[in-house]
Ligand binder design. Structure first.
Ligand code: ADP
Length: 443
């Protein structure tokens, strides 16, 4: 562009020199110079007008012919126009591909703007959520999906959570939805059909429960007969004492596993939830500690309970007994003879807690996240040898879930472990007017 400027200056200089010469000859210097200036201005305005018409015209309009400077400005514009057209074509191709990809998605995807109004939704959101990509744009999603669980989920802003609710199109479809925030005040709602997964989980639960149920009766009969045989002093059984004893031990272990599997199946089933009642946890812990002392026997563990005697909670006593007992029994089984086991039951600012602390063998950090999985054991032989089923902590986790609580595990290999059950403060109830078995203090 800069190359044209000297030519323009030369041209203007020639025009004004010519005008000045004519003006000097005719004695009309000023009018001639004014005329030259007006002429130059008029020419530039005309070129500007043609450039404007070309820019506003369609892409097929030819660029206007122009003198120096303007020719370069027009060439520059033409180049920018070509680049912009190329970019537009690329963006629309990408947009088309994106729309094809989202249309092919089996999951519903809905873009929500300010006030959770629908900005865009894909094809699957029509099938799963009943949304129309034409009529529903601009409407708040809560006017379109009114399930109370979904509305509550949308209003709480925790990212890691998801919600399950029936599809408004078909009650038989169960949807799992997540919200992903992005950009400025925008959120992406993703919903998946999880009916099949839930059906399979239900089948798995029913299968385990049915098998356990079917095995329990024959095993109870076998254990009963083994007991009778062991009690008998018939000479025909001479020399069978050891094998019979071993068979009895193993059948008891199998019965224990079956009982735990049935308990887990009941805990997982939301249909058979027992009603929550006030539970005298201090008395419950005293019973559990008595059992633990009996289990420890000659090993002589020092078992102490420090429980707030006025701290009762709403819950299911049977389930809580099972969970707390599992933790205390584990502490006895995984703490060497003479070890210390402390049970604390207390309320704090962040809720109600039961902590079972031992100075036993402890657990290496890589095992801790997996301990609540069914049949997960750090040392399989050690667990079996001490009568473990591998289901104890899984039961604890489910019981706590059913009470709105959670299990925390802190442990150090060779030093000991603390298993803490956290309950929400809202579960606290006034103790019923019954004499409590133990007060605050150590037993
Ligand atoms: P198990 O019947 O094998 O004890 P659990 O589910 O109760 O099954 O526990 C899972 C595993 O967690 C156990 O096998 C054991 O390795 C470990 N564990 C549980 N409690 C303790 C504890 N107090 N100290 C050390 N390890 C423990």
């Amino acid at each position: 562009m800069y190359r044209s400027w000297p030519a323009l200056w030369r041209r203007l200089a020639l025009i004004f020199l010519g005008a000045a010469l004519l003006g000097w000859i005719t004695g009309l210097l000023l009018p001639f110079l004014l005329l030259a200036a007006l002429g130059c201005l008029g020419e530039q305005l005309w070129r500007l007008y043609r450039l404007d018409r070309w820019l506003k015209g369609g892409p097929e309009t030819n660029p206007p012919r122009a003198g120096p400077i303007w020719a370069e400005v027009i060439a520059q514009f033409a180049r920018l126009r070509r680049q912009s057209r190329k970019r537009k074509r690329k963006i629309s191709r990408l947009l088309e591909q994106f729309q094809q990809a989202t249309a092919a998605l089996p999951d519903a995807a809905v873009v929500l703007g300010e006030d959770d109004k629908v900005i865009w939704c894909n094809g699957a959101s029509q099938v799963l959520l009943g949304l129309s990509p034409v009529q529903d744009i601009g409407l708040p999603i809560t006017h379109l999906l009114r399930h109370p669980g979904f509305v509550a989920f949308l209003n709480q802003r925790r990212l890691e959570d998801s919600v399950e609710f029936p599809s408004p199109v078909d009650d038989a479809l169960l949807l799992g939805a997540r919200i992903v925030p992005y950009g400025k005040k925008q959120r992406l709602l993703l919903a998946t059909d999880i009916s099949r997964v839930r059906r399979l989980e239900q089948m798995r639960r029913e299968f385990v429960a049915n098998v356990s149920h079917e095995l329990r009766t024959p095993l109870t009969v076998i254990t009963g007969y083994l007991e009778t045989l062991l009690d008998s002093d018939s000479p025909a059984l001479a020399g069978w004492g050891q094998p019979l004893h071993c068979m009895q031990q193993q059948s008891r272990r199998m019965l224990h596993i079956i009982e735990d599997l049935l308990l887990l199946a009941r805990l997982e089933s939301q249909k058979e939830r027992p009603p929550l009642k006030p539970v005298a946890v201090p008395a419950l812990l005293a019973d559990i500690a008595d059992d633990a002392i009996a289990l420890s026997g000659e090993q002589g563990h020092q078992i102490t309970v420090a429980a707030d005697s006025g701290l009762w909670i709403l819950g299911c006593e049977k389930e809580l007994r099972s969970a707390f007992s599992n933790l205390v029994v584990n502490a006895v089984r995984y703490t060497p003879a003479g070890g210390r086991i402390e049970i604390h039951w207390f309320a704090a600012a962040d809720g109600i807690h039961l902590a079972v602390e031992d100075n036993g063998e402890g657990i290496a950090p890589q095992h801790i996240p997996r301990l609540t999985e069914r049949f997960y054991r750090v040392n399989r032989d050690r667990s079996r040898g001490s009568g473990g089923t591998g289901l104890g902590l899984s039961i604890v986790k489910h019981v706590l879930n059913n009470h709105g609580g959670q299990l925390r595990i802190d442990s150090e290999l060779g030093t000991g472990s603390v298993f803490t059950c956290d309950f929400p403060a809202e579960l606290r109830v006034e103790p019923a007017k019954a004499p409590a078995r133990n007060g605050m203090g150590f037993r």
